[in-house]
Design a protein around this ligand. Structure first.
Ligand code: SF4
Length: 453
């Protein structure tokens, strides 16, 4: 008969089994010596709220904090194992030195004092600094000390330094900033309450954060469509309504090809573009000459648009005008100008971005690219959502409302691993503004105040 380690027969009835095993366990529930500390989990970047039970100054166990707005009590397996960060027997507690005469990789180390470790390092680093500081490659892990470690590296003189964030969280933050206007979940997330079509771009499958799980649950309950763009179908992708199996590193092209389709079918939110973006602002159009590509400004330095009401140039931040979204104009001194939107249309209507060409690069069929763009536009243009939120527009005025379409897009950390990073985030953001998505309030800098203000 199989037995447990405690010699308890496996076929014992569950109740008796629990009592028998419990009798064997050490006494650890000394509740009178326990305290609950409230803090946030640091096992990933979500910062879920946690309740940590501490006994005799030692972490006993960790629970989710039901009152925390991010995770509402949910704690993932990684968060649960946060206790190992403090208690793991494998945790380094002193410097280790490879035993003299042993091979690298053999794992033969001896513990040495901090003084000895510092002496060894000082000797080695002094030599590198005196000869060629760039020979020091310096990398630090996840911490809140990157300003200090970076300062140390630059004082040392090496260019070869990096930290965790450059490969992971900074990319995640950049993705969040471009697509949602928030770097991390504690500052905000996709508009789970209004979104009817949600596209998740390049989110790392190991980053199954509680806030996103809770958000996806909300979307699913409401019957919103969830599309995941990712080379692998694990994590969130596994529960997506549609998984776009993209070739790694080509997300930017997919987004720009969808931009191409929207422009081709004239499925763009003109009003949104005029109200919230710099699309109508005028740009100098003198290829190969001085000033080309710069915004056209008045003598006072104010960026100009063409006002359709008065048929003349006007300050872009004025509320009482009707800026032209498209068009070519001539400044009083003869300088040719065109709107930012006209430049954008010319660029992305190019065949380079046609679904047939993007399909070859991304490994996503041309029909799928076209269908996704049209499907999103169909959902977006069926209704608009008015959010009563406070924000500051481009002109520095306080606004109390935001009007957007019920489509959300979120790009995140995995973007660094299998796509074009910042460029991709910009391309996805371009899709958002053309559709006028509801997530845009913080995601870009609105250019004009509401006419009513
Ligand atoms: S998602 Fe999990 S690991 Fe990340 S902060 Fe929340 S509980 Fe911790």
């Amino acid at each position: 008969m199989n037995t447990l380690k405690t010699d308890v027969p496996c076929n014992m009835d569950p109740q008796t089994l629990i009592q028998t095993v419990a009798a064997d366990l050490p006494e650890f529930e000394a509740r009178d010596r326990q305290q609950t500390k409230y803090t946030t989990c640091y096992m990933c970047a979500c910062r879920c709220g946690i309740k940590v039970t501490v006994e005799d100054n030692q972490v006993r166990f960790i629970q989710g904090n039901p009152n925390h707005p991010i995770n509402k009590g949910v704690l993932c397996a990684k968060g649960n194992s946060g206790i190992m960060k403090q208690m793991s027997p494998a945790k380094l507690r002193a410097p280790l030195l490879r035993r003299p005469g042993t091979e690298r990789g053999a794992g033969e180390f001896e513990e040495i004092s901090w003084e000895r470790a510092l002496d060894i390092l000082e000797q080695r680093l002094a030599h590198i600094r005196a000869t060629d500081p760039n020979k020091l490659a310096y990398f630090t892990g996840r911490d809140q000390m990157q300003a200090l470690t970076g300062m140390w590296a630059s004082q040392f003189g090496t260019l070869n330094w990096a930290a965790h964030g450059g490969f992971c969280s900074v990319n995640m933050a950049a993705g969040g900033l471009y697509t949602l206007g928030h770097a991390f979940w504690e500052f905000g997330d996709p508009d789970w309450d209004n979104t009817r079509y949600f596209m998740l771009w390049g989110v790392a499958e190991d980053h199954s954060s509680n806030p996103i799980k809770l958000g996806l649950k909300k979307l699913k309950e409401r019957g919103a469509k969830f599309v995941a763009v990712n080379p692998v179908r694990t994590g969130y992708q596994a529960i997506a309504d549609e998984w776009i199996a993209i070739r790694p590193g080509t997300d930017g092209m997919l987004a720009l090809s969808m931009v191409h389709v929207l422009l081709q079918h004239q499925l763009i939110d003109d009003e949104f573009l005029i109200r919230y973006t710099n699309a109508p602002q005028l740009v100098v159009n003198t290829p190969g000459q001085k000033g080309d590509g710069l915004f056209y400004r008045s003598e006072e330095g104010r960026i100009q648009v063409w006002d359709l009401n008065s048929d003349t140039f006007a300050d872009a931040s004025r509320a009482d005008i009707a800026p032209a979204l498209f068009g070519e104009f001539t400044a009083p001194d003869g300088t040719p100008l065109r709107t930012s939107m006209s430049i954008l249309v010319e660029k992305y209507l190019d065949d380079e971005y046609a679904p047939e060409n993007a399909a070859r690069e991304c490994g996503v069929p041309a029909e799928t690219i076209e269908r996704l763009a049209l499907e999103m536009a169909h959902v977006a243009f069926k209704e608009s959502i008015t959010l009563d939120i406070e924000w500051t527009d481009w002109a520095g005025r306080k606004q109390t409302q935001f009007i957007g379409r019920p489509v959300s897009m979120h790009a995140m950390r995995g973007i660094s691993a299998h796509s074009n990073g910042f460029q991709t985030c910009r391309a996805i953001h371009l899709l958002q503004v053309l559709l006028g998505t509801v997530d845009c309030p913080g995601g870009h800098r609105p250019s004009r105040p509401f006419p009513s203000t």
